[in-house]
Design a protein around this ligand. Structure first.
Ligand SMILES: Cc1ncc(COP(=O)(O)O)c(C=O)c1O
Length: 404
């Protein structure tokens, strides 16, 4: 269905295109994104938001267009609610370190969080004495609503923030954010969503979900490396402290005082990555032309192909429910005693298949279960084909049988 789009991606053109299945880490980039970076440096390499000459004005216009595209894509009420960041990690840190904490304030996260939605909270435990609680998943890694409600009830009015990944990079499982948000709000707590693995792959509507913050990785959305986004309700962004103050973050300053700029400027201190912002706009414009529900369905279809071909292998175990429909485009495989890094290298060298091996920055999950070997993860995107899925499943099966 998306096959004709493969021509838009330089790395997918020609005979030797890889079966690129490491999209949960970073996605490939289409021509429009790559060209916009060259255009910035070769045609208008100026500074947006400050200089008023032609270069500056052109950059300001394109950055504003990019912000508008992001706002539309996630259905933000206003472009001023969209902050460009370096990555989702930066966005989550901005929330964690920009809020005001008292000792004993509770933050709830899940037990399958990426380090980026765990370490900032552990840091606040160390530095501010917050109380970090973890809601335990069901044995198959799906969300346990009852345990979440019980935990909220136990901590009561001390609950200040719930911060959960919408879709886990560990296993592709999505959680019922809308329902969870309803509960969090009953306790007057804020709901922060780590959308690094959902925003690229499905329709994410911040108003419909009724959440308070959304962090996302633009480099996982066909955009440039080093770009992410933070969306927050405007009034919350107004009260959030900037973690990078300086140029761009104030309306004016005196020797002894300052007047903060309004969001999003307040959070975008220093000369921006203008090429990155403009290219982010192109990436989001590219995705905006796709039916995101169809993207999600396509990834599930490919995951079903992979799952059905490998699930019988005794030496391995797929993380999460056997049913691929519950794991989006991610098939993450526990390798037992098999050498997952060696198999990942072999897949690339023998058949041009690129996957990720290791603990995928979810060390806490693997460590708590003694899975030192991590997993081997195949993650699909709209440009992947049934041939990619079959090639991976068949070559992986051969490798497992050869090493086993
Ligand atoms: C669920 C999840 N959260 C956060 C991150 C961190 O994203 P970034 O690399 O943009 O900081 C990732 C990256 O893989 C992720 O998968």
């Amino acid at each position: 269905m998306f096959t004709n789009l493969r021509d838009d991606f330089p790395t997918l053109r020609g005979e030797n295109a890889p079966a690129y299945l490491d999209n949960a880490c970073v996605t490939l980039k289409p021509d429009s994104v790559i060209n916009s970076i060259t255009d910035y440096y070769s045609m208008y390499p100026g500074c947006g938001g400050r200089s008023v000459h032609r270069y500056g004005t052109q950059v300001s216009r394109l950055v504003s267009e990019a912000r508008h595209s992001v706002a539309n894509f996630i259905n933000a009420k206003s472009t001023n609610e969209v902050v460009f960041t370096r990555n989702a990690t930066h966005s989550i840190n901005q929330i964690a370190k920009g809020m005001t904490w008292s000792e004993g304030d509770v933050v709830i996260t899940g037990d399958r969080e990426h380090n980026s939605n765990l370490v900032p909270w552990l840091q606040l435990v160390e530095e501010k004495g917050i109380d970090h609680r973890i809601v335990e998943s069901n044995p198959d890694n799906t969300f346990n609503m009852q345990k979440f409600e019980d935990l909220c009830e136990e901590v009561g009015e001390r609950l200040k923030l719930v911060s959960l990944s919408h879709v886990g990079n560990l296993d592709g499982i999505s959680i019922p954010i809308k329902q969870i948000t309803k509960v969090a709000h009953q306790y007057d707590a804020l709901m922060a969503v780590d959308g690094a693995q959902s925003t690229p792959h499905m329709r994410v509507d911040v108003q419909d979900l009724d959440i308070d913050f959304l962090s996302f990785s633009i480099h996982k959305m066909c955009g440039p490396s080093g770009m992410g986004g933070l969306w927050g309700r405007y009034e919350l962004l107004e009260s959030l402290r900037s973690i990078q103050s300086g140029g761009q973050t104030v309306e004016t300053s005196y020797y002894d005082s300052l007047k903060w700029a309004a969001p999003p400027s307040k959070f975008e201190g220093g000369l921006g990555n203008f090429a990155g912002m403009i290219a982010s706009g192109k990436a989001i414009q590219y995705l905006s032309k796709l039916d995101m529900n169809a993207v999600h369905e396509h990834e599930i279809k490919l995951n079903n192909i992979i799952t059905n071909k490998i699930k019988h292998l005794d030496a391995i175990e797929i993380i999460g429910p056997e049913n691929a429909n519950q794991r989006g485009g991610i098939c993450s495989i526990l390798m037992g005693d098999l050498p997952s890094h060696d198999i990942a290298i072999l897949l690339d060298e023998a058949a041009g298949i690129m996957v990720r091996s290791g603990q995928h920055c979810v060390h806490s999950w693997f460590n708590s279960r003694g899975y030192d070997n991590g997993s081997l993860r195949a993650s699909a995107y709209f440009y992947n084909t049934e041939e990619d899925a079959n090639l991976f499943a068949d070559t992986f099966t051969e490798a497992v049988e050869a090493f086993g």
